[in-house]
Design a protein around this ligand. Structure first.
Ligand code: SF4
Ligand code: SF4
Ligand code: SF4
Length: 271
């Protein structure tokens, strides 16, 4: 693999290669170039996870003609697909080296044990939402209880923007979460629940369930479950599986336009 990457760089098939390099014992995202070809030998596959496609997006913004190679796990591939259909990157400018996390983590869409949340304490289990729950479990709460539990989680938010900043599909030049008409500037704690609902709505047709936001959240808010719910709605309404479809996303918030018709609602059987 290293030899291939070196050849691509030398021959100009790609201009840069995005991967990981160990620095002082930590695997960090790294941009390998033909000017420092020897560094490619230091490329590590490691369990490091980062939205390399987000870096690719920034590079392409600065230099539209750039050709980029990158390591890509399944979640990176899904995020790339989203960036292609949202016209943020061109397929022809990206060359991926596909890597598996490990076989057991590839059972299903994002069923990645690397994402195993940390242990949840008894208080959070009682009043909040256990990050280990399945979406079906969360949906089984009575509406009032579900609301109470989500509000408990949202109220912990310190508006650090970690979730947005790490997210591979949060690519907007002007983010609504910085828009004072929606989210008050200044106070550290965001208005609840508007901050989270704005972001959740924006993840419709974008979120690829990579879990990086939840990994990044210092307050342990079960963000994956929140966005899984949004994705479930998009799937049910539009038959659109985010990250695996080459179709235009059903909702385009940027242009306020609907590009797919919702599925017709089937009458209940026997009626
Ligand atoms: S999708 Fe929403 S939250 Fe993400 S960057 Fe765009 S405006 Fe901000
Ligand atoms: S799981 Fe979080 S970080 Fe990953 S795509 Fe969805 S919102 Fe973004
Ligand atoms: S990472 Fe967590 S605490 Fe920070 S803004 Fe996002 S939800 Fe709030």
């Amino acid at each position: 693999m290293m030899d291939n990457i070196k050849s691509w760089l030398e021959e100009g098939t790609i201009d840069v290669f995005l991967g990981y390099k160990e620095v002082e014992g930590h695997p960090l995202p790294w941009c390998f170039t033909r000017e420092r070809l020897d560094e490619v030998d230091d490329l590590v596959l490691s369990p490091a996870r980062y939205s390399l496609e987000k870096i690719a997006n920034h590079l392409a913004e600065r230099e539209p003609g750039i050709r980029i190679g990158m390591l890509a796990r399944d979640c990176n591939q899904r995020a790339l697909n989203v960036l292609y259909v949202w016209n943020q990157l061109k397929r022809e400018q990206i060359l991926t080296v596909d890597v598996n996390c490990c076989p057991s983590r590839l059972k299903d869409h994002a069923d990645c044990s690397y994402l195993e949340p940390s242990e949840v304490g008894p208080y959070k289990k009682e009043v909040g939402i256990d990050n280990h729950l399945r979406l079906e479990d969360v949906e089984s709460y009575e509406p009032e209880e579900g609301l109470y539990r989500w509000m408990y989680e949202f109220q912990k938010c310190i508006k650090c923007y970690g979730c947005r900043n790490i997210c591979p599909v949060c690519f907007c030049k002007e983010c609504s979460l910085d828009n004072e008409e929606l989210v008050r500037a200044g106070p550290l704690i965001p208005d609840v629940p508007i901050f989270h609902l704005v972001r959740a709505v924006h993840m419709a047709g974008r979120c690829v369930d990579c879990g990086l936001c939840e990994d990044a959240c210092p307050m342990d808010i079960p963000l994956r479950l929140l966005y899984q719910k949004v994705s479930r709605i998009v799937l049910n309404l539009f038959d659109y599986k985010t990250g695996t479809s080459a179709d235009q996303p059903p909702l385009s918030i940027l242009g306020d336009r609907v590009t797919l018709e919702p599925k017709p609602i089937q009458p209940a059987s026997g009626k």
